[in-house]
Ligand binder design. Structure first.
Ligand code: GLU
Length: 420
């Protein structure tokens, strides 16, 4: 199997956008490469008394438009190359979403399901201690990402606040509501995915109602997306997680998919009706990518649509809820085949948009209702989608390229104004 370097993937797309904009080498260098990369060794006391060392990372990609912003992922395959690419995508995403941040990303190489709650807390606190010197409410603001959640953000906030000798909720977003989290943040990414899909399809004169949808990944993003796609009158024909994939032509229950995710139940336990079937493991996930659907929503990890399966994708629209689910080669194949891809940096920016609302509420100490947050989220998402669509028409390019052109020109302009 081919191994993809996600940062190379980023550079390929970035350089194409820079070509459209006619940028020279200096301009490319100041936007493309990370400003700082931090690697830390985390020594954690395990429950059995032994001490284990874990690798952690924080990459600060670009700060020309504001403080670094981006999540922290706990994954056994996390490494500095992956985190570097993810940090670059955050710079692009925040510019596309038009929120005043640069991009950053963090990670720890760990399978958190193998740790006890106490071990997870000690690991998180060790990570917060280690990156304390480079984060802060006006410097770099982490958030949840793959396998991290509000509880983990709470520990991070507490550790930072202790070191800082003052309660500092604005150092991290995606917190529980009781310590300054924002209403609507938990569902923001998944809800934003559906708003992005609906808005973009309407630009193509297509109604979302009645469309078949397949969602890869039933986590915090995928399950919420399923719930809201179903609310829009779509038919969820397939959903998957690590246990495998469930298929049902007559439609899966969106609310139930969300409930199962919240209760951490695997889809192998989904109560399938007569026409439904379950395909276990990786085979199920592969079958989902190429199943008969109008809309395909990869909402799991990177590189799920690659050169090997892109030719068999039957969906007319791919809405990238995950970060980097399509390799650069696959992207070309899909484009040639006329598949419309709403890229990650646009489709899934709802999470960081509500993180921005959370941060601003923390700094202002004034909190909004869930209704107000969702209204503002919809407004931001629609504006971002319609703006990218307009740029694509102007440059006659793909949506991904339109999003990159928008972002790269904004970041480059800001860097120029700062004299960088
Ligand atoms: N991890 C999410 C993302 O990739 C959210 C980041 C944030 O809220 O800062 O967009």
């Amino acid at each position: 199997m081919k191994v993809y370097d996600p940062f190379e993937n980023f550079l390929t797309t970035f350089n194409k956008a820079a070509d459209y904009l006619g940028l020279g080498k200096d301009e490319r260098d100041r936007v493309a490469y990370p400003e700082r990369q931090v690697e830390v060794s985390l020594r954690v006391r395990m429950d059995d008394g032994s001490v284990k060392t874990f690798e952690g990372y924080r990459v600060q990609h670009n700060s020309a438009r504001g403080p670094y912003k981006g999540g922290i992922r706990y994954h056994e395959k996390a490494d500095i190359n992956e985190v570097r690419a993810l940090s670059a995508w955050m710079s692009i995403k925040c510019a596309v979403a038009d929120i005043p941040y640069g991009g950053g990303k963090g990670g720890i190489k760990v399978d958190p399901s193998k740790l006890s709650e106490g071990e997870l807390e000690r690991l998180t606190r060790a990570y917060a201690d280690a990156i304390y010197p480079v984060v802060g409410p006006y410097t770099d603001i982490p958030a949840p990402d793959v396998n991290t959640n509000g509880k983990i953000m709470g520990w991070f906030c507490d550790e930072y606040s202790k070191l800082n000798h003052s309660f500092t909720p604005a150092v991290v977003t995606g917190k529980p509501i009781s310590i300054g989290g924002s209403l609507g943040r938990e569902e923001a990414t998944g809800l934003g995915v559906v708003i992005a899909a609906k808005t973009m399809l309407s630009n193509f004169g297509v109604e979302i109602k009645g469309k078949k949808v397949a969602v890869q990944g039933n986590g915090n993003v995928g399950s919420v997306a399923s719930k809201y796609f179903a609310k829009e009158g779509c038919v969820i024909v397939a959903a998957s997680d690590i246990s495998g994939a469930v298929f049902d032509e007559s439609g899966l229950d969106g609310e139930l998919l969300r409930k199962m995710a919240v209760e951490r139940k695997l889809l192998s336990e989904y109560p399938l009706g007569k026409g439904g079937k379950f395909v276990p493991g990786k085979d199920g996930n592969q079958a989902l990518i190429t199943c008969d659907t109008d809309i395909l929503v990869p909402a799991a990890l990177e590189n799920q649509i690659d050169a090997e399966n892109a030719g068999d994708v039957k969906a007319k629209y791919v809405i990238e809820a995950a970060n980097g689910p399509t390799t650069a080669e696959a992207d070309e194949i899909l484009e040639k085949r006329g598949v419309i891809v709403v890229p990650d940096i646009l489709a899934n920016c709802g999470g960081v948009v509500v993180s921005y609302f959370e941060w601003s509420q923390n700094l202002n100490r004034y909190y909004f209702s869930e209704e107000e947050i969702n209204e503002r989220l919809a407004h931001k998402m629609k504006a971002a989608v319609n703006n990218v669509y307009g740029i694509c028409k102007k440059y006659d390019c793909s949506l991904r390229m339109g999003a990159y052109i928008t972002a790269v020109s904004k970041i480059n302009e800001a860097a120029k104004m700062l004299g960088r």
